[in-house]
Design a protein around this ligand. Structure first.
Ligand code: DX5
Ligand code: ZN
Length: 219
């Protein structure tokens, strides 16, 4: 099994202390920082844009995993390219996803394609060869702190076997409701990047304690 990367999402972090929260996650061994960009159209909430991501770039050396929950994501790629990592676009709002993935690659960044729970795998089957990462949403996007839709792990398994059959080394990222109780199930299904929002940034435990618990759950 590939080493599993933990990708804390700042969505449920304390935004008044954002730099400290991010530094705490890095110091505690986070592998990637997951950044949820929402536009109030693709999803009801508005979070933050490139200005905040640029400020965070000065705070941490962690690779940025930009999750664009915006309509017309192709219009936003250039703004985030400087700071990414990986730029993930939702298939549901990117009808020309082939061109979008190509545009991300031309900017020298990893390209990810995301699937909502209701979107079938067939929608991205033709794009698998062009993606460095497939993000399987295990919640309906828009909010942190939701319960994982466990049936989506079957989708992870099926995508992993399609990728393996094609000889692709693309990673599968699971986003939504990952916690100590299901992290190992996600890994076993074939995910190698686990987004952790409320299971890392919450008011019950510290960030290092939460990350340590997730690591332990994966052993
Ligand atoms: C929600 C975001 C997620 C969110 C996950 O639309 O895409 O990345 O932060 O939060 P949890 O881990 O609490 O479900
Ligand atoms: Zn996300």
């Amino acid at each position: 099994m590939a080493p599993i990367k933990l990708a804390p999402s700042i969505l449920t972090a304390d935004f008044g202390r954002l730099a400290d929260e991010v530094r705490a996650a890095e110091a505690a061994g986070a592998d990637v920082l997951h950044l949820d960009v929402m536009d109030g159209q693709f999803v009801p909430n508005i979070t933050f844009g490139a200005v905040v991501v640029e400020a965070l770039r000065k705070v941490t050396g962690l690779p940025f995993d930009i999750h664009l929950m915006v309509v017309e994501p192709e219009r936003q790629i250039v703004a985030f390219a400087e700071m990414a990592g990986t730029i993930n676009v939702h298939f549901e709002v990117s009808p020309h996803s082939h061109r979008t993935l190509e545009a991300i690659h031309k900017l020298g960044r990893r390209a990810g394609v995301c699937l909502n729970p209701g979107t079938p795998i067939a929608a991205i089957e033709e794009s698998l060869a062009d993606a460095d990462q497939v993000m399987v949403m295990t919640i309906n996007p828009g909010w942190g702190g939701q319960q994982m839709i466990a049936a989506q792990l079957e989708k992870v398994r099926r995508i992993r076997s399609l990728l393996d059959a094609a000889g692709s080394r693309a990673e599968i990222e699971v986003d939504g409701g990952v916690n100590v109780g299901n992290a190992a199930l996600c890994a076993r299904a074939g995910a190698s990047v686990l987004v952790c929002g409320s299971s890392v940034f919450n008011s019950t435990q510290t960030v290092p304690a939460n990350l340590a618990a997730l690591r332990a759950a994966l052993e």
